[in-house]
Design a protein around this ligand. Sequence first.
Ligand code: NAD
Length: 284
Amino acid sequence: MAILISGKEVSAKVRADVRKECEELKAKGIAPGLAVIIVGDDPASRVYVNNKKKACADVGFVSEEYALPAETTQEELLSLIDTLNKKDEIHGILCQLPLPKHLDEKAVINAISPLKDVDAFHPSNVGRIMIGDYHFLPCTPAGVMELIHYAGIDVSGKSCVVIGRSNIVGKPMAMLLLHENGTVTICHSRTKNLKEICAAADILVAAVGRPKFVTVDMVKDGAVVLDVGINRDENGKLCGDVDFDSVEPKASYITPVPGGVGPMTIAMLMKNTLMAAKLQNGLS
Ligand code: NAD
């Protein structure tokens, strides 16, 4: 039986710490502010944006929502970002992805001031992560690391396998494990011998986006299994990338879906926004 690492519990703790620091900042006359931009009416994006706004209210941040129609032009979006970059009361800017096809995501990410880039997607922040000199970490991998720390798991010298190489999750995840002296392997859709590589991992992070992809034969006895996936199974039920029922008895630690990595992402966004407010006020 594995120990369950509860993202609900850890995210509540992170948010409580942010709330406390937010009060301290407010006492100094600084009210952390996050601007969230959403373009179009993608239902999943709407849910994420609503959750982010709720989280801001919960920790005491000011939040501004900019809901733009699907036909918004690139110029209009970039002009809004420019205005927000210059707005002193806004410390963090987040543009909910994916954007409608006619908009250039890369140009939008590049337009956000690196100091306000609380998603840590800007190339300058990505580069800083690479060299280990960063202000912000991308929220999901940072959330996974927070769970690892909370569970008291030492990464140093461990064999770590990350399945998935996206810019948002897989790649930065691997980098964060490397910073903590893990011996890291990144697996992806072209990897050969995936099963054997995963089965040798002390720490296995699944960020594939395929329901129940990681089966029990891919997991070493006593491995730490962190499941980033958010999928629907054949019955429409929320599930991760890990086949939880079969893997859980073999693992030493495991994160559930829902209630694992998911709640950490927004908690880390709050942490980044707080950091942005401090940075922009010379307090960090
Ligand atoms: P993505 O589609 O950008 O990347 C998936 C990665 O999986 C790719 O790098 C690909 O090479 C790899 N892959 C695909 N098929 C594979 C296979 N057969 N074998 C090995 N590797 C394979 O996805 P993403 O944005 O990195 O997200 C991954 C998952 O994490 C999704 O389920 C997503 O919903 C979830 N997610 C969760 C959170 C959260 O807050 N918990 C945040 C972001 C993403």
